[in-house]
Ligand binder design. Structure first.
Ligand SMILES: Cc1cc2nc3c(=O)[nH]c(=O)nc-3n(C[C@H](O)[C@H](O)[C@H](O)COP(=O)(O)OP(=O)(O)OC[C@H]3O[C@@H](n4cnc5c(N)ncnc54)[C@H](O)[C@@H]3O)c2cc1C
Length: 447
């Protein structure tokens, strides 16, 4: 029910018990993002069952946004016009063993893709902290996992199919379309509807996960590179309140050479003796198996298990990417803010991401360290803390995560993307009338 319909109904039924029940129903059914911090400006959503359906809908409408799995915290996906959903288009179309690729429909989530990919003997190089998210939404917002040699998830994209504003189908590939392809992969939902994606795959592998507790801050300062290099994927979790980082998560490939040996001590941190959640108060039942238990790549790379609630649920998230060479300085800059950050924080996570060449990627031409904040769901308070974080990180030219909350001035954000001008030219070419634009894009990209 949209607000106008709802208001009309409210006028008719007045303040009756029936009205209270309707009110409760409407509250429950408003279309909102995953964490519930953003109620979208419309609940008109057209579910497209086929690629032909997508083309017809795009041609017929002046303005629309595609909605993925709704996991962004800011208004990048929002619109007051209407949503198009491809969620029922969730099939694997082809696995090419020779070319080492998988081609999928764009409504698919990693949780749907990974088990079947593994079953066929293949794996993706990395995953985000949760498998619940759509592949298309994740790639178009430069979603990432961790690992100093691992690019973000958009770097897996070898080809994509887009329905552009005119309803035409555009196929782009890494091999054939050079710069246009590199401009389109992290497209921020601004270039058209992604209907298919072809991703790089590699032979399936198994992994183990180990968690260490209480890494002294002094050791992090001295040995950041060694700690980050100690496993295929490394995440540091901290609430900034002690002179130590709460947890170090190591994700290890069993085919690593030399083989990883979990010593009881890692730079002063202690090997955990039970499974842990990054937020101490939450049950580790929601988390992927730890304690060195061997399992498939897709059940170790994410922190959170499919079928369980990831993270905390009622929360907000922010994240900033700075060049990897400034990692320690940037971490210490935030540590100085511990008294300001602490009261509003559930947990912070520090990860590394390898540089790439995708124009709008947060890791464009920069090996990066990402400083992440999972906040209590209190935007008035968090919105006062973010400018202070952004000020402390300013010397390192931070790029905010495209799907998380930030307060950085648009002009400053734009200055962090040297191919922004080319991206705007590309967007204007594929979508000359701004069919796929919304306030977020207008404000941050096209203003
Ligand atoms: C609990 C939690 C944990 C998270 N962990 C991580 C993490 O580890 N790493 C990380 O980087 N991020 C993380 N995120 C952020 C988030 O997962 C991503 O930004 C997210 O994957 C976006 O995908 P979505 O499908 O939910 O997109 P939505 O929020 O639905 O949409 C985002 C954008 O993608 C566009 N879009 C979606 N599908 C299409 C399509 N088919 N064609 C064109 N445009 C499309 C939308 O129009 C919109 O602009 C996390 C979020 C949550 C809630």
């Amino acid at each position: 029910m949209n607000k106008r319909t709802f208001m009309k109904l409210a006028t008719v039924v007045g303040a009756s018990p029936f009205f209270s029940r309707v009110l409760a129903w409407a509250e429950e059914h408003k279309l909102a993002n995953w964490s519930g911090n953003l109620e979208y400006a419309t609940d008109r959503l057209y579910p497209a069952a086929t690629a032909e359906d997508v083309r017809r809908f795009v041609k017929a409408n002046e303005h629309l946004k595609v909605l993925g799995t709704r996991h962004c915290f800011n208004d990048i996906a929002n619109t007051s016009s209407q949503f198009l959903s491809l969620r029922s288009q969730d099939k694997v179309l082809n696995i090419d063993a020779k070319a080492r690729t998988v081609t999928i429909e764009a409504g698919m989530s990693y949780g749907q893709l990974c088990p079947s990919l593994d079953h066929q003997g293949f794996a993706l190089h990395n995953l985000a902290s949760l498998p619940h998210i759509s592949v298309a939404g994740a790639c178009t917002t430069a979603t990432h996992g961790s690992g100093q040699k691992n690019g973000n998830l958009a770097t897996q994209v070898r080809a994509l199919e887009l329905v552009t504003a005119s309803g035409e189908v555009l196929q782009l590939s890494r091999e054939k379309d050079g710069d246009t392809f590199r401009g389109a992969v992290v497209g921020l939902g601004a270039l058209g509807v992604i209907t298919q994606l072809t991703l790089d795959v590699q032979p399936a592998f198994t992994m183990q996960q180990y968690v260490y507790e209480n890494l002294p801050l002094s050791q992090m300062k001295e040995h950041f590179d060694e700690i980050e290099g100690s496993a295929y994927s490394v995440s540091l979790f901290t609430d900034w309140q002690k002179q130590s980082l709460n947890e170090v998560w190591l994700k290890v490939r069993t085919d690593a050479n030399p083989k990883f040996v979990a010593k009881p001590d890692l730079f002063g941190a202690t090997l955990a003796t039970k499974n842990l959640h990054p937020i101490a108060e939450i049950s580790p039942e929601n988390c992927t198996e730890q304690m060195g238990v061997v399992g498939p790549w897709y059940e170790r790379l994410p922190h959170f298990r499919m079928g369980f609630m990831p993270s905390a649920g009622k929360e907000l998230q922010s994240e900033y990417f700075v060049p990897r060479q400034h990692a320690v300085e940037a971490i210490l800059a935030i540590e100085k803010l511990r008294d300001i950050v602490g009261p509003h924080l559930l947990i912070s996570e520090i990860r590394t991401i390898a540089a790439d060449d995708l124009w709008m990627s947060t890791a464009y031409k920069r090996d990066s360290v990402a400083l992440h904040f999972t906040w209590k769901q209190d935007w008035p308070a968090v919105s006062k803390v973010l400018p202070q974080i952004e000020r402390e990180l300013a010397p390192f030219e931070p790029r905010p995560h495209w799907g998380k909350l930030f307060t950085m001035a648009p002009a400053q954000l734009r200055s962090r993307y040297e191919r922004l001008g080319d991206f705007i030219v590309l967007a204007n070419k594929l979508d000359p009338r701004g069919k796929f634009r919304n306030d977020f894009l207008q404000r941050n990209i096209f203003a």
